[in-house]
Design a protein around this ligand. Structure first.
Ligand SMILES: [Zn+2]
Length: 98
């Protein structure tokens, strides 16, 4: 499964159209909060379950999206963070989560 189109809608959501004609939408805040890079994973592990991260504006703005091979994308956030590699199945799972 691969995206045929990826774009940011209303500066709020990541829209992905997949090659099986299905579509996914992920809120940018959720995307950032679930950043799969080692730094963010470690950060989240340290926090208690009741901790609610407050993100600043630059942390939820995307300035660039790059494809990694044919299995993932990286997102460059306005605050410069760009180490998260979002694999396609992970993106699909994020979008389906309530
Ligand atoms: Zn991260």
């Amino acid at each position: 499964m691969k995206p045929v189109q990826i774009r940011v809608i209303d500066k709020k959501k990541l829209f992905i159209k997949w090659d099986d004609e299905t579509e996914s939408e992920i809120g940018l805040e959720k995307l950032r909060k679930r950043c799969p890079c080692a730094t963010c994973l470690a950060e989240r592990e340290k926090q208690s379950k009741s901790y609610i991260p407050i993100l600043n504006e630059n942390e939820v703005k995307i300035i660039n999206i790059n494809q990694v091979g044919n299995y993932a994308i990286t997102v460059t956030w306005k605050d410069g963070h760009n180490t998260g590699i979002y694999e396609y199945p992970f993106l699909k799972k994020l979008a389906d989560e309530k």
